[in-house]
Ligand binder design. Structure first.
Ligand code: GDP
Ligand code: IMO
Ligand code: MG
Length: 427
């Protein structure tokens, strides 16, 4: 029995979908524990691509349970569309999907409030999937949960209470408060969606517990990345959930003593979408070239991702926050085409050298990145062992491993499942 958490070490989009798909081969269940359809996890097998938003990235392995934990925020319509898309491909045919009855439900008024807030001066640059407002309702103890979709009177009362409370805010933000007829439509749609989801809904905390006790390998799939964590990320430019490894225990309802290993994922460079500090960001042609080479456009929103050099002090923070035992390195091939590759190895602030990204936004703004450089290494997409990599690529990997402080378990040299160098067993 082994329980492994896979988590992003940066600002998301590190390649969690690809890595989880590979590790799912040996797991009995893949479990999402936080976030919602703000996530976009890409799987490519034999050139065929699938992007998952809510459904765990183990979905391509028939018979493996795909669990949506209680810590998630689920838009029922989005989930139904994703289930249908999977079923069209012959996936999820055997009762693999399990949806937590305690997960919170995203409703149209969450997206409405978020859209209006994002029009304000200090926008976060969110995915506009209603994630933040749904988590706000949860913490305010007014949230609608999946189990409420089977209790019409309770659902109606909750929607009315929420809309009544949000209407002054909607007006203040320049929007039009929902009418009674809007609310009735939303309740009817949510109830109908609930009926369609009913066969998948269960007590997922208990289900995962029983799987672990029965000696199964279980994989927890993180969404976003540690630096977008609500408590420990680059606040306020973060998402609204616990994206670090500890969030897995909380989101699924599993004790920390059940976790065996935490595998982090980092790109060979850095990206982020939306606002927030990004000291190693490359602007102008350099940024655009990296974006093109890496195909760095959001898997959920299609937005161009901001691109820059690997930030090792930020990676060290991500490694520490999640207590990572090992790292998967992705997109090493993307840097291969550059004449020279740089990475930030430390920060200088007020005459001191820092080995982690500072936490205060003013300090981040003042901190000066210290860069090291390596010669480029050319195409490496065919490499399947470390020894097959050119020397400069190996030297870059060694430097990251040394500065991140944890060994690599996997090096990814292309988007496809096959384009992978496996170094250590995750389970
Ligand atoms: P996630 O959110 O962490 O699952 O990552 P995304 O799917 O949003 O973004 C990662 C992108 O990089 C996807 O388009 C993947 O297909 C692609 N990808 C993953 N690993 C590699 C790699 O090693 N090389 C290249 N070139 N692309 C990769
Ligand atoms: P995956 O799982 C990259 C970012 C948004 C925004 C901030 C808050 O694919 O790695 P939200 O909609 O969550 O309130 O937005 O977080 N963000 C992501 N960035 N990958 C993601 O998910 C993200 N999910 C949210 O761009 O800056
Ligand atoms: Mg993504």
């Amino acid at each position: 029995m082994s329980v492994v958490i896979v988590v992003g070490a940066q600002w998301g989009d590190e390649g969690k979908g690809k890595v989880v798909d590979i590790l799912a081969e040996k797991a009995e269940a893949v479990v999402r524990y936080g976030g919602g359809a703000n996530a976009g996890h890409t799987l490519v097998i034999g050139g065929r691509k699938l992007v998952t938003h809510l459904i765990p990235s183990g979905v391509l392995h028939p018979g493996k349970a795909c669990v949506l934990g209680d810590g998630m925020v689920v838009d029922p319509q989005t989930l139904l569309e994703e289930i249908a898309a999977c079923q069209d491909r012959g996936l999820l045919a055997g009762g693999e999907l399990k949806v937590g009855e305690g997960a919170h439900v995203i409703l149209p008024y969450h997206r409405l409030v978020e859209g209006l807030r994002e029009e304000q001066r200090k926008a976060i640059g969110t995915t506009r999937r209603g994630i933040g407002p749904a988590y706000e309702a949860k913490v305010a103890r007014r949230g609608v949960r999946i189990r409420d979709l089977f209790r019409p009177a309770r659902l109606r009362e909750l929607v009315t209470q929420n809309v009544d409370e949000l209407s002054p805010l909607i007006l203040h933000l320049g929007g039009t408060p929902p009418t009674a007829s809007d609310q009735a439509t939303w309740v009817d749609e949510a109830l109908a969606a609930g009926e369609r989801l009913r066969p998948f809904v269960c007590d997922t905390s208990r289900w995962v517990h029983d799987a672990i006790v029965a000696g199964k390998h279980v994989l927890f799939e993180g969404a976003q990345g540690g630096l977008l964590d609500i408590d420990h990320g680059t606040y306020p430019y973060v998402t609204s959930s616990s994206t670090i490894a500890a969030g897995a225990c909380q989101g699924v309802g599993i004790g920390p003593s059940k976790i065996d290993k935490v595998i982090g994922i980092t790109k060979a460079y850095a990206t982020r979408v939306g606002g927030g500090p990004f000291p190693t960001e490359l602007h102008g042609d350099a940024g655009e070239n990296l974006r093109k080479a890496g195909g760095e456009y959001g898997a959920t929103t299609g937005r161009p991702r901001r691109c820059g050099w690997l930030d090792l002090p930020a990676l060290r923070l991500g490694v520490r926050l999640s207590g990572m035992d090992g790292l998967a390195l992705t997109k090493l091939d993307v840097l291969g085409g550059l004449p020279e590759v740089s990475a930030c190895v430390a920060y200088k602030l007020d005459g001191r050298e820092l080995d982690e990204l500072p936490q205060d936004p003013d300090d981040v703004a003042r901190a000066e990145p210290v860069y090291a450089s390596w010669p480029g290494w050319g195409p490496i997409g065919d490499a399947r062992t470390i020894d097959a990599l050119p020397d400069p690529a190996r030297r870059y990997i060694d430097a990251i491993e040394r500065l991140a402080g944890v060994p690599f378990t996997m090096v990814s040299v292309g988007a496809d499942r096959a384009e992978t160098i496996l170094l250590r067993d995750a389970f």
